[in-house]
Design a protein around this ligand. Structure first.
Ligand SMILES: [Zn+2]
Length: 313
């Protein structure tokens, strides 16, 4: 199975030769970057720069921020059968209208396996004989969950899970302001799942993730007071504290393993520190779920983590 970069080369070649199918189906497990690839492909189709998609022109920027009038994104709420025929009717209503500012119009249909059979059937005709200006990009976890007739009208590309470098690359493609190191930290914090990392950034959870990545360093410098203060100002809700704990678990776990293998890591954590941290985090998560006071948990957490990172300098 090809990785995302190889798929991008294949797709770029098809666009260049004018051979890209009008219906593309991107198949891949959750976290492989299906939506990111769909957005990348939209930019590659619409961007007129020489190195398309350039990522910086107004077309690319509009697609990145979800504001391009010729790129429409549909999808259910993520649950089975939540992608209804109404959405397909809406598509049909605009399909034959000319694009607003580009020469093409792109319909992205996320999680196509959640389309009801009625919705899939309604889509067939449009997939088969679309107007010349229209393109469909569907994503799904597994093509077998779609009607054969949908698959046979699409060109299927299967994604394998991205490497950490590919994940960082996808984050920076969508958010060019992110430094390489920050993209790497987010990639690790979200277990190499570019979609989850980008949603978290868009939901404004950056500070919590950065606090998790700075935690070992703060404690090694003896700044447990700073950690306690930032925890209480950033994590006022249970879900925020759980978020912090999840990210800290991923960061320390991954960096501890990489450190043991002699690889460079953006956060300095030894394998033993990683194991001890994971035990504390499990207890912390339990306390959060058992409705203990957040204030108490946060000060307990600061003390316990200080014991791990402050005690063995
Ligand atoms: Zn561009």
């Amino acid at each position: 199975m090809p990785g995302i970069n190889e798929l991008k080369r294949t797709l770029s070649r098809s666009i260049g030769e004018g051979l890209l199918s009008h219906a593309v189906l991107i198949e891949g497990e959750k976290g492989t970057g299906r939506k990111e690839l769909a957005l990348w492909l939209s930019k590659a189709i619409l961007c007129k720069s020489e190195n398309s998609p350039c990522g910086v022109c107004s077309v690319c920027k509009k697609v990145n921020s979800g504001n391009h009038p010729d790129v429409e994104i549909y999808g259910g709420n993520g649950n089975a059968r939540s992608f209804h025929i109404d959405s397909i009717r809406e598509i049909k209503n605009t399909l034959w209208l000319l694009p607003n500012e580009s020469d093409q119009k792109i319909y992205i249909l996320l999680n196509a396996e959640n389309m009801t059979p009625e919705a899939q059937n309604a889509l067939l005709k449009s997939l088969e004989e679309p107007p010349a200006h229209a393109r469909f990009i569907l994503t799904c976890e597994n093509r077998r969950s779609l009607l054969d007739t949908i698959i046979s009208r699409s060109t299927v590309y299967t994604l394998e899970p991205p490497t950490r470098e590919e994940c960082s690359g996808m984050i920076r493609e969508r958010l060019p302001d992110f430094s390489e190191k920050d993209a790497e930290i987010f990639s690790i914090a979200f277990g190499g799942n570019p979609g989850a990392a980008i949603s978290a950034i868009e939901e404004g959870k950056n500070d919590i993730v950065f606090l998790a990545s700075r935690t070992p360093e703060l404690l090694k410098k003896g700044e447990s007071y700073t950690l306690a203060a930032e925890l209480s100002s950033l994590c006022k809700k249970r879900e925020d504290l759980l978020e912090y704990l999840e990210r800290l678990l991923n960061i320390t776990g991954r960096c501890g393993i990489d450190r043991a293998a002699g690889r460079n890591t953006p956060v300095r954590v030894s394998p033993i520190e990683a194991v001890k941290t994971s035990e504390i985090i499990e207890r912390g998560k339990l306390a959060v779920l058992q409705n203990c006071s957040l204030e108490l948990i946060e000060s307990w957490l600061t003390m316990e983590l200080s014991g791990v990172f402050g005690g063995n300098l």
